[in-house]
Design a protein around this ligand. Structure first.
Ligand code: ADP
Ligand code: 5GP
Length: 214
């Protein structure tokens, strides 16, 4: 089975970062595609680990050189996935976990049609707002921008292959994990299936012949 990208989208505060981090801690077969952004680092965020933090000019230069697999303006800042970041993880034989917005996911799905697209839904708007406020990473104005974006993002759910409600965290992580498990078993992802099945049929024919002689 060839590794594939797993795109996780949700409104801000929907739990993408939390679910991704938990899942990656448990599944060694997953790697993370570190995105680039022009937004400022939050306290505790590490350049090159959480994001590659770029200036507007650096971002535009890299975009113009065709380095991004997808890029978008999200909540007024630029975000993008480097083709090299995706390729490095796939080359290591790992599925690539990607936490990207709905515009980026749509672009990415065209360039990488074998990607699995999962949308994390908050259990309710009250819970979403509560979690965002409790995270304390945005001021009131930035929070309002994110709520506006959330309204638009929710309208794009039908572009996704799977939807997971992030109510109880453990269950949400389990659900995303089981989607990856199921995707690994998709017929079209299994390499060498034709040869494997042809071998079984050959062997079966030998058994049938020998049984019919007995
Ligand atoms: P996103 O990356 O989608 O913006 P986060 O992963 O940062 O969202 O989650 C937003 C906040 O909600 C964080 O403070 C996180 O700890 C919390 N959170 C996420 N999922 C749950 C959950 N299932 N139950 C309770 N809190 C959660
Ligand atoms: P945050 O600033 O909260 O880390 O992320 C804000 C939004 O940007 C989230 O919806 C997140 O999924 C999105 N995002 C993060 N990285 C990328 C990326 O590489 N490309 C795109 N298109 N969106 C991204």
């Amino acid at each position: 089975m060839s590794p594939f990208p797993v795109v996780l989208s949700a409104p801000s505060g929907g739990g993408k970062t939390t679910v991704t981090k938990l899942l990656m801690g448990r599944r060694p077969g997953l790697g993370y595609s570190v995105s680039c952004t022009t937004r400022a680092p939050r306290p505790g965020e590490v350049d090159g680990e959480d994001y590659c933090f770029l200036t507007e000019q650096e971002f535009l230069d890299r975009r113009d050189r065709g380095e991004f697999a997808e890029n978008a303006l999200v909540h007024g800042r630029r975000y993008g996935t480097l083709k090299s970041a995706v390729q490095t993880v796939l080359d290591a034989g790992r599925h690539v976990m990607m936490d990207i917005d709905v515009q980026g996911a749509a672009q990415f799905a065209v360039a990488y049609p074998h990607a699995v697209l999962i949308f994390l839904l908050p259990p309710s708007v009250d819970v979403l707002v509560q979690r965002l406020v409790a995270r304390q990473t945005e001021d009131r104005a930035a929070l309002l921008t994110r709520l506006h974006s959330a309204r638009a993002e929710l309208q794009d759910v039908d572009r996704y292959h799977y939807v997971v409600v992030n109510d109880a965290l453990e269950e949400a992580v389990e659900r995303v994990g089981s989607i990856i498990d199921a995707e690994e078993r998709k017929r079209e992802r299994i390499t060498g299936l034709d040869v494997q099945v042809a071998g079984l049929i050959d062997r079966l024919e030998q058994e049938i012949t020998s049984f019919s002689k007995a």
